[in-house]
Write a protein that binds this ligand. Structure first.
Ligand code: 6PG
Length: 469
């Protein structure tokens, strides 16, 4: 008899953890993986639990109650299409497929169209929280077919992280909204991670602090109003000793970082939609630069930095760094949320930003204390053009901006690159400028390409012969 209430297809670590989470919350699971290794491991860790593991997609379909609900947990891309193709062969009209991977949103649109033509419901669903989150309560960002969502809502809200503000799961919007929101979540994740790395770099290079001294700073920040998962794990990373050498492990790790695509897609879509996301985009550039290790080694011997000694007033700079990081985090959220807002208009997603902030408050990688006032800001004004224009956040920006200036000065004087904090400063300074130098830009364009320009003092479009014959 079909007793399974929820199918999980793809039993890598994330799939295994989500399957256990669903079962723990009272829903019998049918877990599917064609390959033996993952299936065997799932059998082992789910022994005695209400999980049926199968390596046959046909058997999974037979074991599930109708309408069947299957959550795909495979690496985004071709793997997702392959599982969907298999599922199409065994599912029936009215069944529901949920893609829980980090899919690129255009793929989600395409899959939704294809599956809807086949009479199947599709939910593109962002899931954040890593392995631990998947098991204990992730943040879940489902989008797409709303009617179908209603049918899976009891399961998704139950397995999600829980807060005093409700479950960290809500229907975020139509079409590919779920994966779009998750992609931007990751863009913000890239921004905040890089900002914390830059704070670390200022402390070690500009201030000459040891790893254990820096660790204490991050640990203190973990108890502050900017506390959150990424600040906490930075303290944890800095506390770890290498068992072989006894040194701080962080000092032995190669300084090049990879990426899987979501940060890059965030930068790309922000260019497509014309929404400025300098902090998020520069975080991607910082990772690319980190990858040029051999070039950097060669250049370090040719291109000279300043010879300035380490900054004198360590305590003052550490204090300023707190505010700089705070503002960097605020600009990261501000840019990401402005991007979602524009995408929601462009693609008719119908996203409610206060709800997005609410479901990011726990379970996900970018959870932080800042998200509660962010939720309140968008609750008070759903159409808020920029987070920095909210009363609470404009006060935060005004309070922290001088410190960000100090930190960038210290970093510039000591030759430490602030790829993202510098971008955040320029973002705030641009955004708060009534006048930018684009008047000269317009004149340049008009000079060499007759692109025309507009004037401040008159209506109309103008062209000037700029050069004497
Ligand atoms: C999460 C994470 C997770 C993963 C990303 C980022 O929300 O749980 O964002 O999805 O860490 O894939 O990975 P990269 O840094 O490799 O791009």
């Amino acid at each position: 008899m079909a007793e399974g209430q929820f199918g999980v297809a793809g039993l890598g670590v994330m799939g295994q953890m989500v399957a256990l989470n669903i079962e723990r919350n009272g829903f019998p699971v049918v877990a599917y993986n064609r390959g033996a290794e993952n299936a065997d491991h799932m059998r082992k860790i789910s022994a005695g639990k209400n999980v049926q593991v199968t390596q046959s997609i046909t058997e999974m379909a037979a074991l599930l109650q109708k309408p069947r609900k299957v959550l795909i947990m495979v690496t985004a891309g071709a793997g997702t299409d392959a599982v969907i193709a298999e599922l199409k062969g065994v599912l029936e009209k009215g069944d529901i497929i949920i893609d829980g991977g980090n899919a690129h949103f255009p793929d989600t649109n395409r899959r939704q169209e294809e599956l809807s033509a086949a009479g199947l419901h599709f939910i593109g669903c962002g899931i954040s929280g890593g392995e631990k989150g998947a098991l204990l309560g992730p943040s879940i960002m489902p989008g797409g077919d709303e009617q179908a969502y209603k049918l899976v809502e009891p399961v998704l809200t139950k397995i999600a992280a829980q807060t005093e503000d409700g479950a960290c799961c809500t229907y975020v919007g139509a079409g590919s909204a779920g994966h779009y929101v998750k992609m931007v979540h990751n863009g913000i994740e890239y921004g905040i991670m890089q900002i914390l790395c830059e704070a670390y770099d200022v402390m070690r290079k500009s201030l000459g602090m040891s790893s254990s001294e820096i660790q204490k700073v991050f640990a203190a920040w973990s108890e502050s109003e900017i506390s959150g998962f990424l600040v906490e794990i930075s303290a944890t990373c800095l506390a770890k000793a290498d068992p072989d050498t006894g040194k701080a492990l962080i000092e032995l790790i190669l300084d090049t970082a990879g990426q899987k695509g979501t940060g890059k897609w965030t930068a790309q879509t922000s260019l497509d939609l014309g929404v400025p996301t300098p902090t998020l985009s520069m975080a991607v550039q910082a990772r690319i630069l980190s990858g040029l290790k051999p070039q950097r080694i060669a250049a370090s011997r040719v291109l000279k930095g300043p010879t300035a000694a380490a900054a004198a007033d360590r305590d003052a700079v550490v204090k300023a760094l707190f505010d700089a990081v705070y503002l960097g985090m605020v600009t990261s959220y501000a840019q990401g949320l402005a991007l979602i807002q524009e995408a929601s208009k462009e693609y008719n997603y119908g996203v409610e930003l206060s709800e997005v902030a609410r479901i990011w408050k726990a379970g996900c990688i970018i959870r932080s204390k800042i998200l509660d006032p962010i939720k309140q800001a968008y609750k008070a004004d759903a159409g808020l053009v920029n987070l920095m224009m909210d009363k609470h956040f404009s006060a935060v920006v005004n309070r922290t901006l001088p410190a960000l200036r100090t930190v960038t000065q210290v970093a510039a004087a000591t030759g430490v690159p602030l790829t993202c904090l510098g971008a955040s400063l320029a973002y705030v300074d641009s955004y708060r400028s009534e006048f930018l130098p684009a008047n000269l830009l317009q004149a340049q364009r008009d000079l060499f390409g007759a692109h025309t320009y507009k004037r401040l003092d008159r209506e109309g479009t103008f062209h000037t012969e700029w050069e004497e014959e």
